[in-house]
Design a protein around this ligand. Sequence first.
Ligand SMILES: Cc1cc2nc3c(=O)[nH]c(=O)nc-3n(C[C@H](O)[C@H](O)[C@H](O)COP(=O)(O)O)c2cc1C
Length: 348
Amino acid sequence: MKLKPLKIRNLEAQYPVIQAGMGVRIGNATLAAATVKSGGFGTIASVGFGRIETSIDKYVGEVCDYLAQEIREARRLCDNQKPLGVNIMVALSTYKEFAEVCVKEKVDFIISGAGLPLPLPEYVGDADIALIPVISGGRALEVVVRCWLRKYNRKPDAIIIEGPKCGGHLGFAMEQIDDPESCSLDVLLAECKEVLSRYDIDVPILAAGEVATRDDVERFIDMGFDGVQVGTYFITAEEAGIDARSKEVFINATNDDVVIIKSPVGLPCRVLKTPLVKRVLSGGQESFRCPYHCLRTCNPKKVPFCIAKALLATWSGDVENGLYMCGCNIDSVKEIYPLQQFFDTLKD
Ligand SMILES: Cc1cc2nc3c(=O)[nH]c(=O)nc-3n(C[C@H](O)[C@H](O)[C@H](O)COP(=O)(O)O)c2cc1C
């Protein structure tokens, strides 16, 4: 199969691949820029920037400045090529401010999930930015589409369907995740296509979850998708922003090490069973202070650990205290490699 370019709004990439925004600092300027240069959509993850221990009055300004710098750095690294975008989780307490930074810094697209991105068009206004909601099925898509059309006369420019086998946070109930066939990507695709056709919307639909090879890309395109979003497989790219000790944790893990926990975000979360997760699963409580409240949906008094602190530990290579989010197919992750190597396999 010859892979077609991916066109979203007025943007085009040579290959039908979006690099997943992966926090904390995995999907940084370096990975996003490398993706753009290799022929995909490069995405900066906006979560987990700044100095975590600063007080709340400084926190918002600091994380916004950091995001702006990261966008500028990515632009510099890819010589201002497009498409470069940002992933903003709806659950972030700085959701609106981050959208405003994206407008100011003129990013090409915003991907937004971990909740329904209902107010996003309001925050972006008339800016020429493609808006790409992350969706877990037809019902969620219909809520977004109806709200955006009614309130803002705006359609999504593409949608990403995150299936039950994705890495990180999942928009499904535990019972559904245990029965992945009931919400497999072909079922979700049919639901979403039905909703889009009812609203007369014809935009690209991307699949997320378990993509590691060209065969996987082709399988989803055969299924009727226009492209894929890749997360887990890119974690061990040389350009991904985490410490090599943490990359080794992903490389040495097998599919049997993957478990699902309830995350402080309030959603099920697929992770590796590393020391922190073992402590939490056996009822442990990690000590932390939270002067910043980075997630609207997190109650620091009730959660067993601070997810920002745990993901920063992953970033810095602290294996004892890190949280290692990943998809079902961690067996596919075998080496540290230059990102270009993956994109080379997509050439004809
Ligand atoms: C380490 C890691 C971090 C992630 N961080 C984010 C994030 O910050 N925002 C988000 O919307 N999704 C995040 N995700 C989900 C990805 O965007 C993506 O949909 C998912 O990884 C796709 O499945 P795959 O990992 O099997 O490729 C993360 C996933 C992983 C594995």
